[in-house]
Design a protein around this ligand. Structure first.
Ligand code: ZN
Length: 247
């Protein structure tokens, strides 16, 4: 018997209400847009919570306010292609280090508001992940998955009528430790269109290189899954996220 006989890896394609918490506009579309499009097609409600305003995502000096506004438009266009139903913008400044206590509290609030069965975020334990927003957001979402069901955590939210809520599964994207491959062959073109809608991040000068890279990654994952194109994900239960030396 293994830990997974006692605490099985949840089935991602059973998700009905999906809350995606991303550090920046584009992270979800790039890392798991094909899976999210499949879930949307089968009736799941997809909500994107974007933690930073994205105002630092440029190789040239530019207005943070204008870039943040542009990236909201790009995310709306991309989300329409994927099938995203709702958006929440936490608007932490992209240029500054995030305060984990504030991010965790905001994510717990979002969980108690939207009451998802599934949380999706970036894997903060990707070995060479150097972006502090990715590390902080991933860790805060994992912590929020443990704490959102505990009324003594962020109690002012309960006092305001946001009752505790626990999700069934937590999905880490941009992961090197996948335990799940989702066949995205039928939604691949939509995912590519959604990524291309983030024009400020994927200008034409680099788009063909990125397309080739994304495609070859998906083919490798697909070979593991027995299909043409797949996305690599790590799916866990909140039970797996604390003091669990077997996960
Ligand atoms: Zn990012």
């Amino acid at each position: 018997m293994t830990i997974y006989d006692l605490m099985p890896i949840p089935q991602l394609l059973d998700a009905k209400r999906v809350l995606c918490v991303q550090p920046h506009p584009d992270d979800m579309d790039v890392s798991c847009g094909g899976t999210l499009a499949r879930l949307a097609d089968q009736g799941a409600e997809i909500t994107y919570v974007t933690v930073t305003d994205g105002g630092a995502g440029s190789p040239v000096r530019t207005s943070e306010t204008e870039l943040a506004a542009l990236r909201r438009q790009e995310q709306a266009a991309a989300g329409a292609i994927i099938g995203v139903k709702d958006y929440e913008w936490l608007d932490f400044p992209d240029r500054a280090l995030l305060d984990p206590a504030q991010v965790q509290d905001a994510v717990i609030r979002a969980i108690r508001t939207h009451r998802p069965d599934t949380l999706v975020t970036v894997d903060p334990w990707l070995l060479y992940e150097s972006h502090p927003a990715h590390r902080t957001v991933g860790q805060c979402v994992a912590a929020a998955a443990m704490f959102s069901g505990m009324p003594n955590i962020s109690p002012e939210q309960s006092d305001a009528g946001l009752l505790p809520h626990t999700v069934e599964r937590v999905v880490f994207t941009f992961t090197a430790n996948a335990n799940t491959q989702i066949d995205v062959t039928t939604t691949w073109e939509r995912k590519m269109q959604a990524i291309a809608a983030h024009k400020s991040q994927f200008p034409e000068s680099t788009w063909s290189m990125y397309q080739y890279y994304f495609q070859s990654q998906a083919q490798t994952a697909g070979a593991r899954a027995g299909c043409a194109l797949a996305e690599n994900l790590r799916v866990l239960s909140p039970l797996h996220l604390h003091c669990n030396t077997d996960v």
